[in-house]
Structure formats: C-alpha cells, structure tokens
Design a protein around this ligand. Structure first.
Ligand SMILES: [Zn+2]
Length: 319
C-alpha cells in the first residue's frame, strides 16, 4: 500500500534559547504571577518530530506574555529526540529509545529500567506533579481534522468544552503499551481537580497544525484565567474566535498489534465511518480485524506497525 508523503511545511523553531530555563530542569520555564491561581503547564515535543507545539510555545515566549494569575510553566519534553529532527527524514525523530508518552505510571517512573525517555520523564515529573492543569500539544501522522483527547473523565470533557475548539473531542483510555502523561496521577483520578488535555493539532508538518496548536493554547490559557483575551489577541489565528458545535467521539477499544505482520485493507487516514458492523479493516498476523458495530469511526490509524503498539482506535459519535 503506497503511503502518502506529507510535505514538511513547518520549520522547527530554535529552542536553544529555552534550554537554561529557570526551574533547574533544562527546557522548562516557569512564570509566577504572584497572584493566587492555578499552576498551568503546557508541554510540546512529547514526540520529538511533532513541531507544531514547539512553534506555539516559541510564539508565546516571544510575545513576552505572563500569567495574570497563578503560574504558567512551559516545557519542551523529548528534546533528545527532537535534536534528530530533519525535514529530509521527519518520521525518524519521534523518540530515541521508546515512546515518552507511554511511561507515565509510578511503577515505571520509580522502576529500575533506564532509557533516554525515562530519564527525561523522571526529570520532568516534579513539574507534572505540581501541575493543576496540563495541555500537551501533539500532531498526527495523517492529515485529518484536529482532535482534542479528553480521556475518560467528565472533568476533562468539561474543560475541552470550555476551550471550545477543535470541533471534535475524543474520549479515550489511551494505549495498552502504557499510560500517557495526560492520564498520570491526579489527571486520571475522578476525585482530583487536576485536569489534563491533549491536542492532536493536525498532520505533523502541515502549516495548519501550528495555527490550531496556537489557538488551542491561547484559548486553554484564557479558559483558565492565565491570560486575558486581550493578552492573547495579537497571537490569534483563524480559530481564535471559532465556535464550532463540538462533537464527542467515545473510543470503545484500541486495536493493539499482537504479531509481526499487521496490515490495513485500505489506506485509512482516520475519521472514516464504517458500516455495517463486521466490516473488515485489517489483518493481524492473518487474523481478521473487523468493526464491532455500525457507524464505527477509525481514529488515528498508525503508519508504524509494531507489536504491542496501537494500530488504530475504534469509536462512535455519542453527540
Ligand atoms: Zn504525539
């Protein structure tokens, strides 16, 4: 199956000016308003080749914006992977040793295993532990509509609605390969007020992804009272004032690859809606993978078929 090749329209910003930071952790900068309010953390480059988030953070830094209340902490996560980014081979720099966003359980973080990503996750952990709110900015392999990943808890769905964009909100439990940062600690605990969102802003290297990332970031900060609307307005893009009727996709399952030979029957890109129930979508070591219900929505089909990793998630519109 021929893979679509996406042009690299975005240019990765120089993040070296942010290396020193002011927190004692490289590439982490925290601003304190000295007024009561939430500690809001925004992270980019959780995957080293997803540069739209780095562009959004760079814009925020350059604008010199400071929090009106509470603290605002800005972090570039998997910098080691990002150092290997090149527009000629843009898929190769997602991570160095393993996926940074599958390590976020105390057992893994406290465990004996070592890797480039685990060391970075351990270094960043105090920042994430201290966050009241987290926005983690990502992008996708295929060009589809942006998705806000709100996890399974009502508090995150409510925050996604307050942010108001993008149109599609996905409620999902993550991946069999390990928990994401957005699911870690209090973020995944219904009894905790801590709340996290993950934005998939668009295809990794399309110009549009940086616009979406920036507007989602600004609206997230306005929703939490960190910025006032007039602070953010000079950085606003095409979605800053958009008010789409948001729709919610409930993810019912993730198809995890069990063997060494996985294939889709078509070049799915994501958000296809398949009917009837039982439609063949792929083969996992020869075993047929079929849709479990009518109007089944495919979410973020992978282009990398690795045993133990997610091939695609399946869901349905619930509103
Ligand atoms: Zn990502």
């Amino acid at each position: 199956m021929p893979e679509p090749n996406y042009a690299v329209e975005l240019t990765a910003p120089d993040i070296e000016p942010y290396r020193a930071g002011n927190t004692g952790i490289e590439y982490v900068t925290s601003f304190d308003s000295n007024a009561p309010g939430p500690n809001v953390v925004v992270t980019a480059l959780t995957h080293g080749n997803e540069i739209c988030g780095a562009i959004a953070l760079d814009k925020l830094f350059r604008a010199g914006l400071r929090p009106r209340q509470g603290q605002l902490t800005l972090a570039f996560d998997n910098v080691a992977a990002h150092r290997n980014f090149s527009p000629e081979l843009p898929t190769a720099s997602r991570f160095v040793d393993e996926d940074f966003n599958r390590l976020w359980s105390p057992a893994t973080l406290d465990g004996p295993r070592r890797s480039t990503e685990l060391e970075r996750a351990r270094a960043l952990r105090p920042i994430i532990d201290a966050a009241d709110f987290l926005l983690d900015i990502h992008s996708m392999q295929h060009a589809t509509a942006p998705l806000m990943l709100a996890g399974t808890l009502d508090k995150s769905l409510a925050l996604a609605r307050r942010v108001g964009i993008p149109e599609l909100i996905m409620c999902d439990a993550g991946h069999a390969a390990g928990p994401r940062m957005r699911d870690y600690g209090g973020f995944g605990d219904p009894a905790s007020p801590k709340t996290a969102l993950l934005i998939e802003a668009g295809q990794h290297w399309e110009r549009r992804a940086a616009e979406v990332a920036t507007d989602v970031l600004l609206r997230f900060l306005i929703a939490l009272g960190t910025l006032a609307r007039e602070d953010a307005e000079p950085l606003a893009g095409p979605d800053f004032d958009a008010h789409p009727k948001q729709r919610v996709i409930e993810v019912t399952e993730a198809i995890t690859i069990t063997g060494d030979n996985f294939e889709f029957v078509q070049g799915f890109r994501g958000l296809e809606m398949l009917s009837p129930k039982g439609t063949l979508i792929g083969r996992d070591n020869g075993r047929e993978v079929r849709t479990p219900y009518d109007d089944c929505v495919l979410i973020m089909p992978s282009r990398r078929f690795v045993k133990g990793q997610t091939a695609v998630r399946l869901g349905r519109y619930v509103e």
